[in-house]
Each structure stands twice: as structure tokens, then as C-alpha cells.
Design a protein around this ligand. Structure first.
Ligand code: GTP
Ligand code: K
Ligand code: MG
Length: 400
């Protein structure tokens, strides 16, 4: 029997089993069995380099966004609209057969947008090009799930299930469970609060299923057995997702209104160029990129060329910023001057651990160098303060 058939069989058994206190251990075990099989399913076949084979596209720009959706929802039309790169669009399904990259220029940054073939129910089990599409999606920073506003609202759930089956977790935080395998000592099970979904016995059983007999487990939230399995598997990818309802030109205003009110959703029409700016703004917001402008001593910063940092990738401290410019820079830094929303006064003298925020301006003062920040105090000598930021800064609340 193949892996997919075994998963189906266990799913059928789960559906047959009544959910109650007496069966919860058995159901937990079945869930772990399915999770293990799904992980096996994701392992690339022997002799190939990876599940994304044939779809690799070189990373480019400050971030990567993947378009995921059923066939013919308008993914390629959207890529063409947002990037100017032509991707074939047509009224028949599976027009796109490979991964097509384009570049969005937004807020002085370059974002790589990936058009992908449509995926269908069963993609996680290898139907269509599902597995390649999903492998590429995992390499992105965020996902835009493109949906047809005129089609069933169930599509969003079906797609989410497919993505969950391959370890993607959309708009979720990693479970607050500390888990560490040990060589000896048995299993130590603890929690910092009262648990209502998982008890010690269930936890032991799940670990047993994974043949783990020595480990430390600490629940820091009232997590579920699914969360525990995610933590043990350790291969989950937590990603932001924006739900993009396209083709609102063909549905009634009430439907548009309802879809627009759903969390993390944007309604658009490629054909009528409706709301695309709102989509870009939402995408930008979810990516959480932080633009930092470098101000050379005695000069204005180059506002067209920010250093782009991200909390998800590498962090946003002054030290991360310095490392971005040059690996050996940190050891020469005496302090930095910061103008912008992260500063308590302008400019603020900061050390390496200061967290930077979007649109901050930073001047690095090296050891044995003098700053030109015009001394301390908000309005004192701003002749050398950066032009564009000083306006923003006057409006921005000062941090206390
Ligand atoms: N009414 C309407 N039709 C649209 C809109 N956007 C795209 N379409 C049409 O939808 C059809 C499918 O568009 P594609 O861009 O090829 O869709 P896709 O998701 O890339 O499709 P596959 O590559 O086959 O998965 C085309 O006929 C488009 O013209 C829209 O905003 N409104
Ligand atoms: K199509
Ligand atoms: Mg397409």
C-alpha cells in the first residue's frame, strides 16, 4: 500500500471514531501517524535534488511573495498587472505550467512576485504540480492566496487544508511548547498553566509514536495535540497569508462587502484595476520590512536606496544593520545616531542593540570619528538632519 492510501485509511478510521474522553488517546495517536506519513510524502524521491525540481527561480530583491490558488482565478493576470512582466493568461485551466517571476517596485524596495501553476484538491498528495508549487511557496516570505470572488467560499478552506497537509501554517504563531530530546532521563512533562487539551498520558503516547523516550516537554500555552505534533515534527513553516479575492467585477456589492470584511482579505479586480494599490499596501504591511537609510557624515541620505531589514530574516537591530553593510563594521562602531520613529529624541545616540523601525535614518559614528548630529535635544541645530525624515519626525510621537 502506498503512503497516500495509508493516510486515507487512517483518515477514514478517524472519521469513524467518535470523539470523546475515551477515544482521545487513540485519535491523538492516529494524528501522529498521519503527520509522520505526510512528512515521508514530502521527502524528495531518491535521485532527485528536491521537491521543487524544475521550478527553482533565483531569489531576487528584498523579499519574495508567492501567488497560490486554484486554476484560472487570475494569478497570471495579477502578476502581469503588478510587475509588468508578461505571464500568459487565458480562460482555460492550467495555462501556467511553471514558475514565472516578476518584480514589484514598491516603497523604494524590490519585491519578487512568483506566478505559479494552479493547484487542485489533492495537491499535497502529489496531484498536478502541487508538490512543486508548494515547495516554491515555502521559499517565499509571504503567500498571496488568490481566490475567485464568484466561486464557492469553501475554496479558501480547501486550499488552506492542502497547505496545512504539507506543513505550512498560515497566519499562525509557532506553539508555545518547549521541546528538547534527551539521551537519558525519561520524559519530563511540565506546563506553566492548566491544560485542557493535552495531559501527560496523551503527550507520552504521542512521543511513544515517534519512538521518543527521553525528552523535556514544557507547555507555555494551552496547546492542542496538533500543536504538539507540529513541535515534534519541527519542520513546519509559519507564514503570513493575504487572501486576495479577484474578479469582484462579476459579483454583487453585498458579496464584495462580505468578503472584504474577512480577516486578512483584500478584494480586487484585475480587469477593472480595482483596489490593486490597497493590495500592495497590505502585502507590504504583512511583509514587515524595515527600510533604513544610511546617512553619511555631513551629507543627506540616499532616499532611493535603503538597507532593508526584516524581523523574520536576520533581525532589525543596529547591529543587524551594520552587518548588512559590512561584516567587519560592528567592531569599529562607537555609536550610531538615529532619526525616525524608533528614536526617543532626534537624533538619538544608540548602541548596537537598538531596534530600528521602518524609515529610520542612521549615521554610523566610528571609533575616533566625530558626529555631525548637532548635539542632543530635539530642535537643536538641525542643519545636518536629513530632509525627508525631519518632516516625518516632527509629526511622529516621541518614544518615552
Ligand atoms: N471578470 C474577470 N476576469 C478576470 C479577472 N482577472 C483575470 N480574469 C480572467 O480569468 C481568466 C484566468 O486568468 P489567468 O490569469 O490565466 O488565471 P490563472 O490563475 O493564472 O490560471 P492558471 O495559470 O490556469 O492557473 C482569464 O480569462 C482572465 O482574463 C478579473 O478581475 N475579472
Ligand atoms: K488560466
Ligand atoms: Mg496562470
Amino acid at each position: 500500500m502506498g503512503i497516500v492510501e495509508r493516510i486515507k485509511e487512517i483518515e477514514a478510521e478517524m472519521a469513524r471514531t467518535q470523539k470523546n474522553k475515551a477515544t482521545e488517546y487513540h485519535l491523538g495517536q492516529l494524528k501522529a501517524k498521519i503527520a509522520k506519513l505526510r512528512t515521508q510524502l514530502l521527502e524528495p524521491p531518491k535521485g532527485s535534488s528536491g521537491a521543487g525540481e524544475g521550478f527553482e527561480v533565483t531569489k531576487f530583491g528584498h523579499g519574495r511573495v508567492a501567488l497560490i490558488g486554484f486554476p484560472s482565478v487570475g494569478k497570471s493576470t495579477l502578476l502581469t498587472m503588478l510587475t509588468g512582466t508578461h505571464s500568459e493568461a487565458a480562460s482555460y485551466e492550467f495555462t501556467t505550467l511553471t514558475c514565472i517571476p516578476g518584480i514589484i517596485h514598491y516603497n523604494d524596495t524590490k519585491i519578487q512576485l512568483l506566478d505559479l501553476p494552479g493547484i487542485i484538491e489533492g495537491a499535497s498528495e502529489g496531484k498536478g504540480r502541487g508538490r512543486q508549487v508548494i515547495a516554491v511557496s515555502k521559499s517565499a516570505d509571504i503567500v498571496l492566496m488568490v481566490l475567485d470572488a464568484s466561486k464557492s467560499e469553501g475554496h479558501r478552506q480547501i486550499l488552506t487544508k492542502e497547505l496545512e497537509a504539507v506543513g505550512l501554517r498560515l497566519n499562525k504563531k509557532p506553539p508555545q511548547i518547549y521541546f528538547k530530546k534527551k539521551k537519558t532521563g525519561g520524559i519530563s512533562f511540565n506546563s506553566t498553566l492548566k491544560l485542557t487539551h493535552v495531559d501527560e498520558k496523551l503527550c507520552y503516547q504521542i512521543l511513544h509514536e515517534y519512538k521518543i523516550h527521553n525528552a523535556e516537554v514544557l507547555f507555555r500555552e494551552d496547546a492542542t495535540v496538533d500543536d504538539l505534533i507540529d513541535v515534534i515534527e519541527g519542520n513546519r513553516k509559519y507564514m503570513k497569508c493575504v487572501y486576495v479575492y479577484n474578479k469582484i467585477d462579476v459579483v454583487g456589492i453585498d458579496d464584495v462587502d462580505r468578503l472584504a470584511r474577512q480577516p486578512n482579505s483584500v478584494v480586487i479586480s484585475c480587469n477593472m484595476k480595482l483596489n490593486l494599490d490597497r493590495l500592495l499596501a497590505k502585502m507590504w504591511e504583512e511583509m514587515g520590512l524595515v527600510r533604513v537609510y544610511t546617512k553619511p557624515q555631513g551629507q543627506q541620505p540616499d532616499f532611493t536606496d535603503p538597507v532593508v531589514l526584516s524581523t523574520d530574516r536576520g533581525g532589525c537591530t543596529v547591529e543587524d544593520f551594520c552587518n548588512h553593510i559590512h561584516r567587519s563594521l560592528v567592531k569599529d562602531v562607537k555609536y550610531v545616531l538615529v532619526w525616525g520613529t524608533s528614536a526617543r529624541h532626534y537624533p538619538q545616540h544608540c548602541g548596537l542593540s537598538q531596534m530600528l523601525e521602518d524609515e529610520d535614518v542612521v549615521q554610523i559614528v566610528k571609533k575616533k570619528e566625530k558626529d555631525d548630529g548637532g548635539g542632543r535635544g530635539r530642535f537643536k541645530s538641525h542643519t545636518n538632519a536629513p530632509d525627508r525624515i525631519s518632516d516625518r519626525v516632527k509629526k511622529a510621537p516621541l518614544k518615552t
